[in-house]
Design a protein around this ligand. Structure first.
Ligand code: FEO
Ligand code: CA
Ligand code: CA
Length: 747
């Protein structure tokens, strides 16, 4: 999603909320940081630093008093096969093109509006198209591959035919309207016409499409009977602890067992039994609440819940979908208490509680209703990555909550893994077994490089005795996960985006995209840097100051022998290559490696490469968003760094943080740069590692409605300028990348 630090006001409201007013930031970490006796604040922007060999970057970084190196664990043997990262780095670029290394080919295969059913007309891309529930949705995001055999059924070994399950997160919008979808940009005042709303609700959700390679070329199959869409109106079952809970009672589902739609789908996951997991991220912004709704609710605890999830009374909705008319499908977006019932069965006061989950979908069977797996908690979900799957052991799933100062979570199944379940025919029944019962934990990062998982349960007195919100039962905890994590003092993070598990060793990598609320001199709504989120600095974008942690970083976790303990370090810091190496470019990134605002994340099982994708607004004066290829090490392979900050009163404090081994030219390299105004997000591969699919989201997003009439004023004309499709309006799209010599991607 559009998560730029310089995003327009509206985008910030809907996509980057700051609703965590809990007092539990990072106190233990900060208290653990010792006062510095040293003098000057180091790390002002622009001090050049000596050029150094990348291999010595971090360990030699000047200014930071490097604590004695921690003893590195045994080194994992390097992967065998062709040399990884053997390609030439793609330079940073502001051109309106998609660039990949020499020797690779990238092709567009599935763009906004492409038809996915027989008889649906080709996309005209002029704002007159309809039938969006039978077309590609907008803002392609996370994506997973599901192999198909010759019998059109699941085949995990297939490499040239499969299904892509694709999230359609959102739409390029301005002043309520999704302007590229409508001939003249659409209506920017309330009420909005139902016909416009119907288009916009239909381009959200997910798509499942068949793709195949034929004659050496990949294409999607418009007429495949396996294709389908779920939209923001598709019926979906509520599963897990919250099923049937009164907080899910609505006029549509008086017993709280179903809801409609999945919304703002961002990251993904794939289960060991072959289903698709999709995370609902910034869903709260689609709902509105009346200006006097708190009083209408008698200021009961539902008001505390709504505020913690970003919906204060009087909040306007992102698109005004509630204004389409009396029909229930419009009224559902009004989250106000309008009815007279005690339990909410005569209105949509509880409708928002049906969003914010990990949803499980059987990509192979469009007849099966998807299920919201409420046991995995309710927040701004990104990806859901499985830890190492071991027969006889519970399954672990890692998740992040992407808003400023939100938390990292883990779900551990009650059931232990039975390998026979991997190939069961009723895949959603296997999902019931592993995803509907288990324990949910929130992460606390300690300053010494250890961490703990704290169970979110009424057996914890911090939750049962919490006074801000009185939890009633287990369902209340999974519906109000953020409040439960507040209660136990989870660590506020710099916007946890995706996570992914290194298949070589089971370590869990998280992107922390950026955070404007991190400050050495925190004002209201801000908090101090801590060990796991150690940077707070000022970056300049032209003449604009960007404060906090504008370039983001990545942490990684190694589980301990107890389910409750882990160790961690900072894997990489995003930064500009020229930035000071003491407080900012701590990873000593070179011009072939520098990136900002890491977001999408995936490991290749075929090569072990860690793919890092950016959704940036901080460094976009220098380069469009990009994708990096990395060969990761492991937790503890680097050393501790000390960052010294000066308060406005002149006193100093240090933040000591464990940092991974410095990247070298052989372990981190830029692989792709996208067209103007896009983010790069979502990556999946064929099992042979010879084909990857990547999504290019919202090219040209800063075009603005006023420029809709003149293609020359579009910020981007991609992919039309790459020869794909009609019209010149920019379109989100899936691309396929192959290596011209038939080798593995990233070699
Ligand atoms: Fe949809 Fe937080 O990225
Ligand atoms: Ca994202
Ligand atoms: Ca800058």
């Amino acid at each position: 999603m559009t998560q730029r630090v310089d995003a327009p006001e509206q985008a910030i409201d809907f996509n980057n909320e700051n609703a965590n007013t809990s007092a539990n930031p990072t106190f233990e970490s900060v208290l653990g940081a010792r006062l510095s006796r040293r003098g000057l604040l180091r790390g002002s922007v622009g001090s050049a630093g000596t050029a150094m060999l990348a291999g010595f970057g971090v360990s030699a970084c000047g200014g930071g008093s490097d604590d004695p190196a921690v003893t590195p664990p045994p080194v994992t043997p390097p992967p065998t096969g062709p040399k990884l990262l053997g390609f030439g780095a793609v330079p940073k670029s502001l051109a309106d093109v998609l660039a990949v290394p020499a020797g690779y080919t990238a092709s567009v295969i599935f763009a906004l509006g492409d038809p996915i059913a027989a008889g649906v007309a080709a996309y005209k891309n002029d704002g007159t198209d309809g039938d969006f529930d039978k077309r590609a949705g907008d803002h392609h995001d996370g994506m997973e591959w599901f192999g198909l055999g010759a019998d059109s059924k699941r085949n995990d070994n297939a490499t040239e035919r499969g299904l892509l399950a694709i999230n359609h997160e959102a739409t390029t919008d301005e002043k309520l309207s999704s302007y590229f979808l409508h001939a003249n940009g659409g209506t920017t005042t309330l009420p909005r016409p139902a016909a416009e709303i119907d288009k916009e609700t239909a381009i959200h959700g997910i798509a499942v499409i068949e793709v195949a390679k034929s004659g050496g070329k990949w294409a999607y199959a418009q007429n495949s009977a396996l294709n389908f869409r779920l939209t923001s109106l598709s019926p979906i079952e509520i599963s897990g602890p919250a099923r049937g809970n009164s907080q899910l009672f609505t006029k549509f589902s008086p017993n709280g067992t179903t809801t409609r739609g999945t919304l703002n789908n961002c990251g993904t996951g794939k289960t060991p039994w072959g289903t698709f997991l999709t995370g609902e991220e910034n869903w709260f912004g689609y709902f509105t609440r009346g200006a006097a709704d708190d009083a209408a609710r008698s200021n009961d605890k539902s008001v505390t819940s709504l505020k913690r999830y970003g919906r204060t009374q009087g909040a306007a909705s992102r698109h005004g979908w509630e204004s389409g008319g009396a029909d229930d499908k419009y009224q559902r977006w009004n989250n106000s208490k309008t009815g007279t019932s005690v339990d909410g069965t005569d209105d949509y006061r509880n409708e928002m509680n049906g969003m914010g989950y990990i949803v499980e979908i059987d990509a192979y069977d469009k007849t099966r209703m998807a299920k919201k797996r409420t046991g995995l908690g309710r927040f701004a979900h990104e990806s859901a990555a499985f830890g190492k799957v071991v027969a006889g052991q519970p399954l672990s799933i890692y998740m992040g909550d992407d808003s400023r100062g939100e938390y990292i979570y883990k779900f551990v199944s009650t059931a232990t893994w039975n390998a026979a379940d991997a190939n069961a025919n009723d895949r959603l029944a296997i999902g019931d077994k592993y995803l509907d019962s288990g324990k949910l934990y929130a992460a606390k990062f300690n300053a010494d490089g250890t961490g703990s998982w704290v169970e979110l349960s009424l057996t914890n007195t911090a939750i049962s005795g919490y006074t801000t919100y009185k939890f009633a039962d287990a369902a209340d905890i999974v519906i109000n996960t953020r409040l439960a994590a507040d209660a136990v003092g989870a660590t506020k993070m710099d916007r946890p985006e995706w996570n992914a598990v290194n298949p070589a060793n089971g370590e869990v990598y998280f992107t922390l995209t950026n955070n404007s609320a991190r400050s050495a001199n925190p004002g209201s709504g801000q908090y101090l840097p801590d060990a796991a989120n150690p940077r707070a600095y000022t970056d300049m974008k032209g003449t604009t100051k960007q404060d906090g942690n504008p370039n983001g970083h990545m942490v990684r976790l190694k589980e301990g022998t107890s389910v409750l303990a882990f160790t961690w370090d900072v894997y990489l810091f995003g930064a500009e290559a020229s930035a000071d190496k003491t407080l900012i470019n701590i990873s000593a990134l070179t011009d072939e490696q520098d990136f900002s605002s890491p977001d999408g994340l995936a490991f290749s099982k075929a090569t072990g490469i860690c793919w890092i994708q950016t959704d940036d607004g901080a460094y976009t004066d220098v380069s469009n968003c990009m994708m990096m290829a990395a060969v990761p090490g492991q937790v503890g392979d680097g050393s501790k760094k000390t960052l010294t900050y000066t308060k406005t009163d002149g006193s100093k404090f240090d933040v000591v943080t464990p940092v991974g081994k410095a990247a070298t030219a052989d372990t981190l390299k830029r692989f792709l740069v996208g067209p103007k105004g896009c983010e790069i997000t979502g990556l999946t591969e064929t099992p042979d590692g010879k084909t990857i699919f990547v999504n290019i989201q919202h090219p040209g997003e800063s075009t603005g409605m006023a420029n809709l009439g003149d293609p020359a004023k579009f910020q981007s004309q991609w992919p039309a300028n790459a020869g794909y499709g009609a019209g010149k309006r920019p379109r989100s799209a899936t691309i396929v990348i192959t290596k011209n010599d038939g080798g593995n991607i990233g070699t």
